[in-house]
Write a protein that binds this ligand. Structure first.
Ligand SMILES: Nc1ncnc2c1ncn2[C@@H]1O[C@H](COP(=O)(O)OP(=O)(O)OP(=O)(O)O)[C@@H](O)[C@H]1O
Ligand SMILES: [Mg+2]
Length: 460
């Protein structure tokens, strides 16, 4: 009983953490989620020791079993867990191997391993096996990460392998996490429905938090207070493009067939990235985003040059851009443009203004992304459009205007996509509508005139 004494003293689990332990005995997928500071990360870090020593080694007689503690990226892993190990894990239990990012239990305790891993690219764990997988802040990840990780949850001799997760509400994964663990809405093919268990964490669960911390939580505005103090899951609505599914919307890429119409769409940025997308429309009305330029810190001349270089000798029906670049900014570039759009035109890239009716635009993007068993999406991204495919799924709803997305997110690629899709529906043959646009059209005609060999010959 020495071990049991040690464990209860060392783990020092509080009531809610003891409840979490019992939940894991009964269920294979336990979410410990809710308020900030309830003791979730502490639990995720300590529980694997019990699992390895008591369950795998003492009970099942297995040595060298591996469990994984995962966070969305390495800095988070380090801040939340690795930096605590030297202070919390006694050396007679085992040793932290910094190079491998693993805590290895001494042979006397079964030689089990806690591997600390990040989820930058979950596919790198393709052939790994873990008897227990613990993900901290699981709502920072997409559903595909979960689907992938649960396949890695297996160990010879351990029939009840476990998946545990801790998290606050909110974040890109809020919707799918809530659906599975809180609302218990599953895909038809889910075979482990009865194994999902949600344990509500409250900040008040944790007696080690001091009064100041509660005063801080109490000072938050009502919404955040409800989420972070009380762990209320109704506050955040999470991922904006909940239809996004990498396996449906991201494709390897192929040469664009000759007859497809091509377009460019541009969202301007200098400090924030500028994003230009190239799209092609097939004969079924499906839009394929086949190239992107995503760049911060470049001026218009540099951007235009690169857009022209990437465009090669392709022909476009038109190129649309963020309408704000057509308003007079007072900026005069060295070739005389007074708006960003004119500067682009002076540098050889002619844009027409996109519609900025945001909600209509987003509705169209939703419609293009939509898919179900019988319907294919109508919007695809080639996988070389790395920034688009990385950022679009991370966008979340605007808390003050639910139907819009939160423009504090990284929305440049999403904006450019919206401009392109809106233009397909609004302005199939866009015509100039104001002075600036008229001027641009004249410049375009002049440029075409100047570069067309037919007309050049006239003056030979
Ligand atoms: N059983 C415990 N014994 C001693 N200290 C604990 C215990 N549980 C939690 N703590 C301490 O309380 C603080 C908050 O715990 P922890 O970071 O695990 O909470 P959390 O729920 O993960 O918070 P967040 O939502 O901010 O991620 C930490 O300093 C942690 O070390
Ligand atoms: Mg935590």
């Amino acid at each position: 009983m020495k071990w049991k004494n040690f464990w209860s003293k060392w783990s020092n689990f509080q009531d809610k953490q003891l409840e979490a332990e019992q939940a894991i005995d009964k269920y294979d997928y336990v979410l410990y989620g809710g308020a900030a500071g309830g003791g979730k990360s502490y639990f995720i870090r300590h529980y694997p020791i019990k699992f390895l020593i008591e369950h795998c080694f003492h009970k099942l007689g297995l040595r060298g079993v591996r469990v994984g503690i995962f966070c969305e990226n390495y800095p988070a892993l380090h801040d939340r867990h690795i930096n605590r190990i030297p202070y919390e894990f006694p050396s007679f239990l085992g040793e932290y191997k910094a190079q491998q990012h693993e805590f290895v239990l001494n042979e006397a305790h079964g030689g089990g391993v806690i591997a600390f891993r990040n989820l930058d690219d979950p596919s790198k764990y393709m052939s790994s096996e873990f008897a227990l997988i613990a993900v901290d802040e699981i709502t920072k990840n997409d559903k595909e990460t979960f689907d992938f990780l649960r396949m890695r949850k297996r160990w010879p001799g351990v029939s009840k392998t476990k998946f545990i997760a801790g998290t606050n509400p909110g974040g890109i994964g809020h919707n799918w996490v809530r659906k599975l663990w809180i609302d218990n809405i599953f895909d038809d093919n889910e075979k482990e429905k009865d194994q999902f268990y949600f344990l509500q964490a409250k900040a008040s669960d944790n007696k080690y938090l001091d009064e100041n911390y509660f005063r801080t939580l109490d000072s938050l505005d009502e919404k955040l207070r409800k989420a972070y103090r009380d762990g209320n899951w109704d506050i955040f609505s999470g991922q904006y493009f909940s239809e996004w599914d990498k396996s449906k919307h991201v494709v390897p890429g192929f040469p664009i067939p000759e007859g497809w119409k091509k377009f460019r769409a541009y969202d301007h940025g200098f400090r924030a990235p500028a994003c230009c997308l190239w799209g092609a429309l097939d004969y079924d009305g499906q839009l394929w985003i086949y190239r992107e330029l995503y760049q911060s810190g470049w001026n218009v001349e540099q951007l235009a040059k690169e857009i022209i270089r990437l465009s090669g000798d392709e022909q476009y029906d038109y190129s649309v851009a963020d309408p704000s670049i057509f308003s007079n900014t007072g900026m005069i570039d060295k070739r005389g443009g007074s708006t960003i759009a004119e500067s682009f035109a002076n540098n050889g890239v002619i844009f027409i203004p996109a519609s900025n009716r945001r909600i209509d635009g987003w509705n169209l993007v939703h419609q293009y992304l939509y898919w179900d068993e019988k319907t294919f999406p109508r919007l695809f991204f080639f996988k070389n459009c790395f920034n688009s495919t990385q950022t679009i799924p991370t966008l979340i709803h605007d808390e003050n205007k639910k139907e819009d997305l939160d423009s504090k997110g990284v929305d440049h690629a999403a904006d450019a996509t919206r401009y392109m899709i809106m233009s397909l529906h609004e302005t199939r043959t866009p015509s100039p509508v104001n002075d600036v646009q008229r001027k641009l059209a004249i410049m375009k005609a002049e440029q075409e005139f100047a570069s067309n060999p037919l007309y050049q010959n006239l003056y030979d």
